[in-house]
Design a protein. Structure first.
Length: 63
């Protein structure tokens, strides 16, 4: 249960981090490319976290 809540918090934290990071990117192409690569990798982690949340929520009976 605690791990499920931590996973949900992590998803919201990663979304906020992505928004803040893309807002702070300079117009330089290198930093923009680095930010996009970082966002894509974070989205991969979020995909795994969301799958875990859905799996646990359905096993608990929340869905």
């Amino acid at each position: 249960m605690v791990l499920l809540i931590l996973c949900i918090v992590m998803v919201f934290a990663v979304l906020l981090l992505q928004i803040l990071m893309l807002n702070e990117v300079d117009s330089a192409k290198d930093s923009l490319f680095d930010a996009i690569v970082c966002v894509i990798s974070m989205n991969g982690l979020m995909y795994l976290a969301i799958n875990y949340i859905i799996e646990k929520a359905s096993s608990i009976g929340w869905l």
